[in-house]
Design a protein around this ligand. Structure first.
Ligand code: SAH
Length: 354
């Protein structure tokens, strides 16, 4: 399908409107209430890429909408496919900024979309390529949600995105308002209708916002990028966030988090050779996570051109996992996907030369 790419500058993208705002619009136009349901269904269930597709609205009504609004998905600047089936989309935003979105195929028909929340990133984590760009700007809700709609609209009828992780470019909780509204639409029955358990927000540890997200209208899964077991190491590899919310403050906050019933936190831990991957680190990790309902996801470091760290050897990752298992901590090792097209964790940038 050819997606519309141009937006008339003085028209607003209808994706900027919440469900309530669409209802208000319909009422202002003097239309029956069910028209709002029709429009919402076209956007979120049928993945329409243009207002003209809304054929259960009369031509005149469609024109009245089109006088004020557009329905625009994102413009694909480049699209790459990895040998493992992972696809990476570089999207061009209206102001020329670029963001990346990654579609990951895994077993059991799971189709995970890794979405960006900022162009660039607020933070300065030393092992992450996105950080080198600095923050360009926060994404708006419609730009976050359009990543989903743009990719879903390209898939065949038999394929549906089953999981969403906000783990692409940016620190989602530094853009809490737009991210929360995007999550609302991802999980709402009249929206994309994903279970809240299939939507994950990943944060480097913005403590007050973690609580706000869980107490807000979209209590999705929370992943926390821990990555270190001492303040000294965390200061070195994640300077900005650890100065704001040091390790002890972060861990204390995790103990108090208002988690929904039967839900646990995931701690992500990027394995950096000789930096945070010793068995002493594993021991400290066991102690730190005591009393927190959690699981640990070890992430093999993905190198990128000029990256200052080396990946931990596989045997050492296994030994680290083993140590955690011996202390009854659920620990998985992330299978990195899409490395050959720099689509794996920490490899996303809008500046990478194609
Ligand atoms: N800012 C958010 C989300 C983006 S990073 C956060 O910090 O969680 C998503 C995950 O990728 C984080 O767990 C981060 O620690 C990890 N990551 C970043 N760079 C990486 C790299 N080069 N190799 C492997 N994982 C990396």
């Amino acid at each position: 399908m050819q997606l519309p790419t141009l937006k008339t500058p003085d028209k607003q993208n209808i994706l900027a409107l919440s469900f309530d705002e669409i209802l208000k619009l319909v009422q202002e136009l003097g239309w029956k209430k069910y028209r709002a349901d029709q429009i919402i269904a076209w956007i979120y269930k049928r993945h329409a890429a243009h207002l003209n597709e809304m054929t259960d609205l009369s031509k005149t009504d469609r024109q009245r909408l089109a006088d004020v609004f557009t329905l625009s998905h994102l413009k694909i600047a480049t699209h790459q496919q990895s040998s493992d089936g992972t696809e990476k989309f570089l999207f061009a935003l209206e102001d020329g900024k670029q963001i990346e979105t990654v579609l990951i195929r895994s077993k059991k028909k799971r189709l995970t979309l890794c979405i960006s929340s900022q162009a660039g990133c607020t933070l300065d984590c030393r092992f992450c390529l996105t950080a080198q760009e600095g923050l360009k700007r926060n994404l708006r809700t419609e730009e976050i949600i359009a990543q989903f709609l743009s990719v879903q609209a390209r898939l065949s009828e038999s394929e549906a995105i089953t999981n969403v992780v906000l783990m692409g470019m940016g620190e989602p909780l530094a853009n809490l308002k737009a991210v929360t509204e995007a999550c609302v639409r991802l999980i709402a029955p009249q929206g994309l209708a994903l279970s809240a358990r299939r939507v994950t927000v990943s944060t480097a540890g913005l403590v007050p916002q973690m609580k706000k997200l869980l107490q807000g209208p979209a209590p999705v899964n929370l992943s926390i990028s821990l990555n270190a077991t001492t303040n000294a190491i965390r200061d070195e590899i994640m300077p900005k966030i650890n100065r704001l919310y040091p390790l002890d403050v972060l861990i204390e906050a995790c103990k108090q988090l208002p988690l929904p019933p039967r839900r646990s936190i995931t701690f992500e831990y990027v394995m950096l050779a000789g930096v945070n991957d010793s068995l002493e680190d594993a021991s400290r990790l066991t102690r730190l996570t005591q009393g927190i309902s959690c699981k640990i996801n070890l992430i093999p470091f993905n190198a990128y051109p000029g990256s200052p760290y080396q990946a931990t050897a596989d045997e050492q990752i296994l030994a680290f996992q083993n140590h955690l298992h011996q202390h009854n901590i659920r620990t998985t090792i992330r299978k990195s996907k899409g490395r050959d097209i720099l689509a794996a964790c920490g490899q996303l940038t809008s500046q990478f030369e194609q």
